[in-house]
Design a protein around this ligand. Structure first.
Ligand code: DC
Length: 228
């Protein structure tokens, strides 16, 4: 069986990471959450006052990018991969509203993207990887053997994020989350550098149309065809 690269792109909270994690586990591939990497850079900016009112101090950040070390380590309790920033586990912090509200402008900075793309490509050497994000099938791995583009309405996605955050005990407003989802969609699709778009050879999946079981079955079928 071939070791392939699976690229899963789509809007925030459209269910792509659930799909990507499931597939990676099922077939014994590495899973990389590329959004977590942009979130970790954003946390670095917030902690070092490099972003204010949604504006990134690109001059200072560029000088300090060499201080940003991102890694993924498997958590022995959960079996999942956690994101580390300079040796510290930041998995929970990068999912909170403060990072979510500031991540799009950071992810739009060209030198941040170049650094993350280099790192993402290094993870993909040799194949056997599932990576999700916005530009995986278009920029990071344009030759990926399997590309998926996942879509779902902004309301469905905001509800998912609301459920996730309230389950963790965060007090959040649905309207704020919906606004954040819509703003991020806009920035992700309209930035100059690697905007979110469907790769010509990607398969589009509307996440609202299938049950998880149907989706997984479908995914496994395509995966098996591509790795034959
Ligand atoms: O998937 P997510 O919501 O965790 O992503 C966080 C942010 O990072 C999102 O606003 C878009 C950006 N992102 C990106 O620009 N490119 C990627 N490959 C992954 C995420």
């Amino acid at each position: 069986m071939k070791n392939i690269v699976v690229a899963i792109d789509g809007f925030s909270s459209c269910g792509k990471s659930t799909m990507a994690k499931w597939l990676a586990k099922e077939v014994g591939y590495k899973y990389i959450d590329s959004g977590a990497m942009y979130r970790a850079v954003t946390l670095f900016c917030l902690r070092n006052n490099l972003i204010k009112d949604g504006v990134v101090d690109t001059e200072k950040l560029e000088k300090r990018m060499n201080e940003v070390k991102i890694e993924f380590r498997v958590n022995e309790n959960t079996g999942k991969s956690d994101t580390y920033l300079n040796g510290e586990c930041v998995e929970s912090e990068i999912r909170g509203m403060e990072v979510s509200s500031n991540v799009s402008p950071v992810a739009a900075v060209p030198f941040v993207r170049h650094a993350m793309v280099d790192l993402q490509r290094s993870y993909g050497e040799g194949g056997g990887i599932v990576m999700d994000g916005r530009d995986i099938g278009t920029t990071v791995f344009p030759n990926a053997e399997l590309k998926l583009y996942v879509v779902a309405s902004a309301e469905v996605r905001a509800q998912r994020r609301y459920d996730e955050l309230t389950a963790k005990g965060d007090t959040v407003s649905f309207d704020d989350i919906l606004k954040n989802v819509q703003e991020r969609d806009y920035i992700d699709m309209n930035r100059a550098e690697s905007p979110l778009r469907k790769a010509d050879d990607a398969i589009e999946l509307d996440n609202g149309l299938l049950t998880i079981e149907e989706q997984n079955k479908w995914l496994m079928q395509i995966f098996n065809e591509k790795t034959k």
